[in-house]
Design a protein around this ligand. Structure first.
Ligand SMILES: C[S@@+](CC[C@H](N)C(=O)[O-])C[C@H]1O[C@@H](n2cnc3c(N)ncnc32)[C@H](O)[C@@H]1O
Length: 409
């Protein structure tokens, strides 16, 4: 069980290494959830798709998946993995894309016009994410890909190129945000690195797609957008397996910002803000409406009160209202999932606790308390793996991550 929550052992798994996704859980969790759910599981839902683990594992198990994902790059990454594509046509398209990119003329002055100015050399204060030469190569490939007629092939190549964006940049990304590589000025990435990342990525992707082309289920439904609304559009399903963002400083729009801008998933600041506002209220990086429903959960009330009582020691004064808003958002999603689930259906939810100014936010316990009001009974809460405490929380011992299992009443 200890290994189920981590993707540490799954780096070599097919599909998973198209783009390393630290927040993914292991596909075995889906298998376990299916085997424990009473009755036949015909459909599985995941309202927070991420890298697509639930959907892909479901297809391997012969079960029809429905996935919601708000981030357009991640939604494309999921769909590229779970949709069928004509591999012969993809191989021919690959040759065309490489040729077109090779013939590309000098790029426009600013290849990512609306992106933050730090994106391309000379950047701001002489710090920039991509050198001009690397940016030009990325854009040459991006444009060559977008000239392809077949939507599935375009999507696949685009996510492969997106996976090259951070490695050929001057930054690294972690849950704590974006950081310049220590030696970035002397490192000087060659534009040819874009060619090799793209070529290797396409070969890997085509290999995985070919090798696992006859998964027992080839169907899927992908809903692009905000789970808080889209749970109302879910088909009837017997099982939900998911992991929402945790209430901490991990901001998914920020974490995938390089890919989002470089590949044209975002093309205006307004779109960036809209995406941030459509993500779960799990962080305080942007100022947003933190109005919360009045939920009947003792632990939630106590936690918010404790946080308010130490507000002068919190690194952001919106943390107490964010925790209440987070619980509200989760309640909306869990209730929505339950609406399209028969009695006996189950939800397997991987959540992480947080700690601010020595106040614990026991997320699994809070959700277990909320469950009866949302149409579920809590069946069990068990420890998962541990996460490191973020630096804002003092870097002290570890926070727990839990698997919460709910049964539909
Ligand atoms: C912890 S990750 C999911 C990881 C996934 N279980 C896997 O194995 O790859 C959470 C995901 O929720 C997405 N997300 C955040 N807010 C969302 C919202 N309001 N609606 C849908 N997806 C959202 C994020 O973009 C992120 O991909």
């Amino acid at each position: 069980m200890a290994t189920i929550g981590t993707n540490a052992g799954s780096v070599a798994l097919p599909f998973q290494d198209w783009r390393r996704f630290k927040e993914a859980f292991a596909p075995e969790l889906v298998e376990m959830a299916v085997s424990e759910t009473p009755g036949r599981v015909e459909r599985i839902v995941d309202p927070f798709g991420g890298s697509g683990t639930t959907a892909l594992a479901a297809q391997f198990l012969g079960i029809n998946p429905t996935t919601i994902e708000v981030n357009p790059y991640l939604a494309d990454l999921i769909e590229a993995k779970i949709s069928r594509i004509d591999l012969e046509a993809a191989a021919l398209a690959f040759a065309r894309v490489v040729e077109r990119a090779g013939n590309s003329v000098a790029p426009p002055q600013n290849p990512f016009p609306d992106a933050p100015r730090t994106f391309v050399e000379p950047g701001v204060d002489n710090r920039y994410i991509f050198s001009k030469a690397v940016a030009a190569r990325l854009v040459a490939y991006r444009d060559a890909i977008m000239a392809e007629a077949n939507e599935g092939i375009r999507r696949l190549f685009r996510v492969v190129l997106a996976s090259a964006a951070v490695p050929v940049s001057n930054v690294t990304i972690s849950g704590k945000g974006r950081r310049y590589r220590s030696n970035w000025q002397s490192r000087r990435v060659s534009p040819a690195a874009v060619d090799s990342w793209f070529r290797d990525g396409v070969l890997q992707a085509l290999y995985d797609l070919r090798r696992f082309a006859d998964r027992s289920c080839q169907e899927y439904t992908l809903l692009r957008g905000d789970a808080r609304q889209l749970v109302n559009d879910l088909p009837q399903h017997q099982l939900a397996v998911f992991s929402p963002p945790y209430p901490n400083s991990f901001d998914y729009t920020d974490v995938y910002n390089v890919e989002l801008w470089a590949l044209g998933y975002l093309s205006s600041r307004g779109a960036n803000t809209a995406l941030r506002n459509a993500t779960l209220r799990s962080h305080v990086q942007i100022h947003r409406d933190m109005t919360a429903d009045d939920l009947a959960a003792k632990t939630l009330g106590e936690t918010v009160r404790k946080l308010e009582s130490v507000s002068e020691r919190l690194w952001n004064r919106h943390i107490p209202s964010m925790v209440a808003a987070y619980a509200s958002d989760m309640a909306v999603v869990i209730r929505g999932i339950g609406r399209a689930m028969p009695r006996g259906g189950r939800a397997y939810i991987v959540v992480g606790d947080s700690r601010y100014a020595e106040v614990d936010v026991p997320v699994a316990a809070i959700l277990a308390e909320l469950a009866p009001g949302l149409g579920f009974e809590p069946l069990r809460v068990e420890p998962f793996r541990s996460m490191r405490v973020s630096p804002q929380q003092g870097g002290r011992p570890q926070l727990s991550e839990s698997l919460l299992v709910l049964g539909r009443r």
